[in-house]
Design a protein around this ligand. Structure first.
Ligand SMILES: Cc1cc2nc3c(=O)[nH]c(=O)nc-3n(C[C@H](O)[C@H](O)[C@H](O)COP(=O)(O)OP(=O)(O)OC[C@H]3O[C@@H](n4cnc5c(N)ncnc54)[C@H](O)[C@@H]3O)c2cc1C
Length: 355
């Protein structure tokens, strides 16, 4: 199909990546977003080398690199003791860096690139319904009917596109509350390091640098800041919230010319920092297929990648939150060994950067 009429539902990182990747290849999609304006909330922070490669040709990677911080090390602690401090950047290959930028800034750079290509984001426009026939896809937006050839559901975990197409979102909810707090902190040690605190009874708290003095604290318990086992001199609290986590994957990523990408297709815990990166990769793959007319292979290409990522994230989550004495012993021993082993450090780096 030459120059298909493409609708992208959702202007999060997935929808915006699809928009940029289509627009720079000559297909200008219609993008709708139910929010009234840009998001000021940041969820994802870590941007993997593979995402930077994808975002290179559009210039978005350059804009991210100019503003982002690079994580230098991952430091792990337990019971007041530092278990290991592992490098998070490859000295051999400077391209393989883990960048850190609040998600709303990454979205802003994507949005700017799309607008520079002549695109427009229709804020305050919510997709209400959708139906597909041989004649195309009919959608209802703001009470009006429109017709498209292709629809990309990049509308997050509660995807209207997925629900309207009755695609099962199989998986489970994790028990218990997780929590997040974004703060400015004064005098925090190792401000460029990702720091993990392994607590008793399967507790874990992570401190992630956001900008020079700003940090995100995430815990698998309520009240992230109260769970942090070391003092933090907080100058300003930007937000604090508790949240629950689902681990799910859509049974299929496509029905006809309706596609799912990003959180609409999969979700899991923040352990490993993969969610946004996976959505960026889905979006880039799908955009290329729409341009090349090879969309039939989208589900077969991306569903196994999503499944493997969920499996990997869940394995890591189960290990770091385990209460089982043998697993805790294994984790502790691995980290202590890795401190002195270049081989284990390389393996850790490879996993952390998804190389
Ligand atoms: C605490 C936390 C930390 C995280 N950290 C990381 C990390 O470090 N690295 C990482 O890779 N990932 C991380 N993630 C995951 C990451 O935030 C998500 O995977 C990512 O936001 C998914 O992007 P998306 O565009 O697919 O969906 P979303 O960001 O949810 O965007 C979907 C958009 O669709 C819009 N929408 C919904 N329904 C409609 C409709 N009917 N009509 C129009 N618009 C609609 C929504 O308003 C929204 O803007 C984290 C998540 C959490 C909760």
């Amino acid at each position: 199909m030459t120059n298909p009429r493409v609708l992208i539902v959702g202007a999060g990182p997935t929808g915006l990546t699809a928009a940029v990747e289509l627009a720079r290849r000559g297909i200008m999609p219609v993008v709708i977003e139910k929010r009234k304006s840009v998001s000021h909330l940041s969820r994802a922070v870590g941007i993997l080398p593979r995402s930077m490669d994808i975002l290179g040709p559009s210039g978005v990677a350059k804009a991210i690199r100019a503003e982002a911080i690079t994580f230098r090390r991952a430091i792990f602690h337990t019971n007041g003791e530092q278990l290991a401090s592992l490098p998070l950047n490859s000295h051999k290959n400077r391209k393989n860096r883990l960048f850190g930028l609040p998600q709303n800034r990454t979205e802003l750079h994507l949005r700017n690139a799309f607008i520079a290509l002549g695109g427009k984001i229709n804020y305050g426009a919510e997709l209400l319904s959708l139906s597909q026939s041989d004649a195309g896809i009919s959608v209802s937006i703001l009470g009006k009917a429109f017709r498209f050839d292709t629809v990309i559901g990049a509308d997050g975990t509660n995807s209207t596109v997925r629900e309207t197409m009755r695609i099962p979102y199989n998986g489970y909810e994790l028990a218990g509350l997780w929590s997040i707090a974004d703060v400015d902190a004064v005098g925090w040690k190792a401000p460029r390091a990702f720091q993990g605190y392994i607590l008793d009874q399967g507790g874990v708290v992570v401190v992630v640098p956001l900008t020079k003095n700003r940090f995100r604290v995430i815990a698998n318990r309520p009240y992230a800041l109260a769970s942090l086992p070391v003092p933090m001199n907080i100058a300003k609290l930007y937000r604090a919230a508790n949240f629950t986590i689902s681990v799910r994957q859509a049974e299929t990523y496509q029905i006809g010319h309706v596609f799912l990408a990003g959180d609409a297709a999969h979700c899991h815990s923040p352990v490993g920092g993969r969610g946004m990166n996976l959505g960026v990769a889905d979006a880039a793959d799908l955009a290329e297929r729409i341009v090349n007319g090879t969309t039939d292979g989208y589900h077969a290409a991306r569903h196994p990648v999503g499944r493997a990522t969920i499996k990997q994230s869940e394995r890591a989550r189960r290990i770091i939150t385990s209460t089982h004495p043998a697993i805790r012993f294994f984790l502790r021993s691995f980290l202590q060994l890795a401190r002195h082993s270049p081989l284990l450090q390389r393996r850790f780096l490879k996993n952390a950067l998804d190389l």
